[in-house]
Design a protein around this ligand. Structure first.
Ligand SMILES: *Cc1c(COP(=O)(O)O)cnc(C)c1O
Length: 394
């Protein structure tokens, strides 16, 4: 089996599993308790905070542990909105291809009287910094733009966008769930005010993540209760999960260069191989993308059938994000880069992991080619394209 859906979730690393199970057995205390086992748990928690902060160039006190990326996105955006509304600023700038954790939060704010500008991400899937500058108004309280897209993997010019936001004195949040642990991110160098991350995207456990909030920026609670996380996120901390996240993140950071080289080579090989399939096209910029992301459209087929047949061949992939699969609507990300419905339906996302081999790549290329050809064999759309009744787009 070749697991190629790491953008949906990753397998936990052995080291992260070891940390998590050890702490579950040995360090079950409540970090808010004063006796020894509680204090030991507190020490583990604070060590994890230091470790996580160090990887992204933050201070430990700037890290709020959350239940994952979605919660971190919600907290960041709602914090900026509450702050903005107090100052009469109710305009937010974002993009059309954000994760639903961001888009649905913005839709909710729109119903509450906020104005949302969603920037174009163009054909290459990359936001243009000058368009961010042009979109910022007197009443803009937040710019929220993802670091790297979860479907097409394109990496955004975050440092430039951050610099513009600093200059314009507007808060800048980035959903860095796909970036953290996969490409270098530094909140200081990148001019980031708030950043979301999730452990299960970098070989940590599910339902753990963190929100970075730059010192001096106020944040609103989503979960009210006890005084955990400096009063910013109530609830007894998931100590084993948080520590396992720190283990996984340190591991990812230590191996970043090695993994990047390996994944980039495999990705480029896959891209070259899939490009050779007639009437196919890569989605998003070919080079400025995550090391492990390959995303293609194949004209005349349905992505869902492609996935099922690949599954039969032992290849686990996706047609878009886990959130859109199961619905018949084409991916909002592919529509945002200008793919028409028919073409967007025939998409394939391979998000490969560090264990991929050269033989795996060969097998994937061969299998995708075979399945695409097979499906086209009885596709009415393909028949119309070949007979000239319909025009090829790709
Ligand atoms: C997976 C993902 C999320 C959601 O994170 P969860 O921890 O699953 O809530 C948010 N944004 C992006 C870009 C993602 O890939």
């Amino acid at each position: 089996m070749i697991y190629a859906d790491n953008a949906a979730t990753t397998k936990m690393s052995d080291a992260a599993i070891e940390t998590m199970t050890r702490l579950m057995k040995e360090t079950f205390g409540n970090p808010s308790s004063l006796y020894s086992i509680g204090q030991t748990a507190k020490e583990v928690l604070e060590q994890a905070r230091e470790d996580v902060a160090a990887v992204i160039g933050a201070q430990p006190r700037e890290i709020i542990f959350t239940s994952g990326g979605s919660e971190a996105d919600n907290q960041a955006i709602l914090s900026a909105a509450v702050l903005g509304a107090r100052n009469g600023k109710k305009h937010i700038v974002s993009t059309a291809f954000e994760h639903h954790a961001v888009l649905h939060t913005l839709e909710k704010l729109e119903k509450d009287g906020f104005e949302i500008t969603l920037l174009d991400v163009h054909e290459n899937g990359i936001v243009r910094p000058e368009e961010v500058r042009d979109a910022i108004r007197e009443d803009t309280c937040l710019v929220t733009i993802m670091y790297a897209n979860n479907e097409i993997g394109t990496i955004q010019p975050i440092r430039e966008i951050g610099a513009i936001c600093r200059e314009k004195k507007v808060l800048f949040h980035t959903d860095a769930v796909q970036a953290i642990g996969h490409i270098p991110v530094n909140v200081e160098d990148d001019n980031i005010d708030m950043l979301s991350s999730s452990a299960h995207k970098f070989h940590g456990p599910k339902c753990v993540g963190f929100l970075y909030v730059k010192k001096g920026i106020w944040s609103e609670n989503l979960i009210n209760g006890g005084a955990q996380e400096r009063g910013k996120r109530a609830g007894t901390e998931n100590v084993p999960g948080i520590a396992a996240m720190a283990t996984a993140l340190k591991e990812a950071a230590d191996n970043l260069q090695k993994n990047t080289e390996k994944l980039t080579a495999a990705r480029n090989k896959l891209i070259a191989g899939l490009k050779a399939i007639p009437h196919s096209a890569i989605n998003g910029d070919e080079h400025n993308r995550l090391p492990g992301n390959v995303n293609f459209c194949f004209e005349g087929i349905e992505g869902e059938s492609l996935l099922l047949l690949l599954d039969d061949k032992g290849i686990e992939a996706s047609s878009g994000s886990a959130c859109t699969s199961g619905s018949l609507d084409p991916s909002h990300v592919l529509l945002a880069i200008g793919r028409v419905h028919d073409v967007a339906h025939g998409s394939l996302r391979l998000s490969i992991g560090e264990t991929i081999t050269d033989e795996d790549c060969d097998y994937i290329i061969k299998s995708v080619g075979e399945v695409v050809e097979y499906l086209r064999g009885f596709s009415p759309i393909w028949r119309d394209l070949v007979s000239g009744k319909k025009q090829f787009i790709l």
